[in-house]
Design a protein around this ligand. Structure first.
Ligand code: FAD
Length: 466
């Protein structure tokens, strides 16, 4: 009751006794109860960056009573330890990946494939389902559509990020380690023609980010190097911070529990069953709307409702290392062709540097791929010097990028259940795309306009009949 009152009155008290004092005397309590009752009750499953930002825009709207259920505290999904780089760079969709090259790498046992594929997955039913749809999304028209939809989502988010973080943190971005950075991309092993191609790419980026520039490759012992301004956000810290903020300021309720079953009629989701921290089974019902923000695990949630979700986890590894020399890195670096990102996550507070990389189709599991782990460690040692590398402090992590068959996220209303919504499947760009995605979702739920330049139909889950 107390938090709901706060939202109705649009005040910001943090303690219960303050709330009581702030209710104006003339307010009719029955009327307030009526208004509270009239609020739509929304349940969000998953509190990674997508669940949190969806909760933020819905709760801020004032017409919704938002509850979030999450199984892990602290979070362990892709939001926990990604590269944390918010870039404007227009990465192509995964549907442009060269299958020929992937197959060649398998046949030749290439030790550094760009994308490793575990052949035994061909026996996996879910992989075959995803792959069939993925193959259908590789024609020119579909790829162009995917790239355009993703670029728009990323660009809209990127332009909103500074103000969004200011708003969320009361103008104190340091609490979530948000700061501007320079991203240096270092290419080795390029042919002369490929270098010319990269120069053209930089010119293209300059149309969007004028400060993008080619820099001398000698310093990096490389063939070609360019720099582009980006932003960095510690997304795990952001999620932790926002959980407190959302409950304090907007009355969002957080439940720790793992969704185990979902009850549906032909047309509606009726209830969600979950196991709490003590493994007790509980039920959540009487919600008006349900939103799935469960990353790669949206596949399992879909199965609970008889829906096949075309998402595959692209496995990435990360390694947190602690550096003594604070001048060791001058920003975020991407090393090509390995596509390994070295970023200063936690650098200012703990002296920690994060090395992340790889996108392997190895199944929807969190088992580390040992030789990928070794590759990261080798690079990290090169970077901080063999003597300074402290294995006992290094922290290895594995995460799954939720990649849809066309590499465009699923945002909007289900085609099967009228009170079910999705905000998932953001692949390699979830952190950067999270603001615009949450705004698109909000526009669909509240039947209002999308942010300028975006069209909700581009992300509509109905294209996959879910
Ligand atoms: C190595 C790596 C590097 C990356 N680098 C970047 C980058 O630099 N920039 C960028 O923009 N993106 C990056 N990404 C992608 C980004 O991390 C993801 O797209 C994004 O974090 C996805 O967020 P999400 O909220 O959809 O999923 P998640 O973070 O996975 O959150 C889903 C949540 O749902 C919860 N959940 C699942 N099932 C249940 C259940 N049954 N009951 C209750 N809760 C449940 C999970 O516990 C989890 O917390 C990277 C990803 C990886 C793996």
């Amino acid at each position: 009751m107390s938090f709901t009152l706060i939202r109705l009155l649009n005040k910001k008290p943090h303690k219960k006794h303050e709330i009581v004092q702030e209710i104006p005397e003339e307010l009719d309590e029955d009327k307030i109860s009526e208004q509270i009752e009239s609020k739509e009750k929304i349940l969000i499953i998953g509190s990674g960056i997508m669940g949190i930002n969806s909760a933020y825009f819905l709760a801020k709207d004032g017409r919704y009573d938002v509850t979030v259920i999450e199984k892990d505290n602290p979070i362990k999904g892709a939001t926990e330890q990604n590269g944390n780089a918010l870039t404007f760079i227009l990465y192509p969709a995964w549907t442009t990946m060269s299958i020929k090259q992937v197959m060649k790498d398998i046949v030749t046992f290439n030790s550094t494939p760009t994308c490793y594929f575990r052949l035994s997955l061909l026996f996996d039913k879910h992989f075959r389902f995803w792959a069939w749809k993925y193959l259908k999304c590789r024609d020119k028209e579909c790829v162009e559509k995917s790239n355009s939809a993703m670029i728009k989502l990323g660009a809209t988010s990127y332009n909103l990020f500074d103000d969004f973080i200011k708003d969320c943190t009361d103008n104190n971005p340091d609490v979530v380690e948000y700061h501007p950075e320079i991203l240096t991309t270092i290419y080795k092993g390029l042919t002369k023609d490929a270098i010319e191609g990269k120069k053209e790419l930089v010119k293209f980026f300059q149309n969007y980010v004028p400060d993008t520039q080619v820099v001398s490759p000698e310093k990096y012992d490389a063939d070609f190097v360019y720099q582009i301004p980006i932003r960095c956000l510690n997304s795990a810290r952001f999620v932790d911070y926002m959980k407190l903020r959302l409950s304090d300021k907007y009355g969002v309720t957080f439940i720790q529990g793992e969704v185990k079953a979902i009850t549906c009629t032909e047309t509606h989701v009726k209830a969600v069953e979950y196991a709490d921290r003590m493994a007790r089974v509980k039920k959540l019902k009487n919600f008006d709307k349900y939103i799935i923000c469960a990353g790669t695990e949206s596949i399992n949630i879909g199965e609970m409702m008889g829906l096949k979700v075309p998402i595959m986890g692209f496995k990435g590894h990360s390694l947190n290392i602690f550096v003594k020399d604070r001048d060791i890195i001058d920003g975020t670096h991407i090393h090509m062709p390995e596509t390994i990102c070295v970023s200063r996550v936690g650098y200012n507070t703990t002296g920690m540097v994060r090395v992340t990389g790889f996108a392997d189709v190895d199944g929807n599991n969190l088992n580390p791929i040992p030789w990928r782990k070794d590759m990261l460690t080798k690079l990290a040692k090169k970077f901080v010097s063999e003597e300074d590398y402290d294995e006992s402090k290094a922290n290895h992590w594995v995460g799954l990028r939720p990649v849809t068959a066309d590499d465009v996220p699923l945002i909007g209303k289900s085609s099967k259940f009228s009170n079910l919504f999705w905000n998932t499947g953001h692949g390699s760009r979830g952190v950067i795309q999270s603001i615009a995605s949450a705004l698109v979702l909000h526009s669909v739920i509240s039947d209002s306009d999308c942010p300028e330049g975006l069209a909700a139909k581009d992300y509509d889950p109905k294209r996959f009949d879910i």
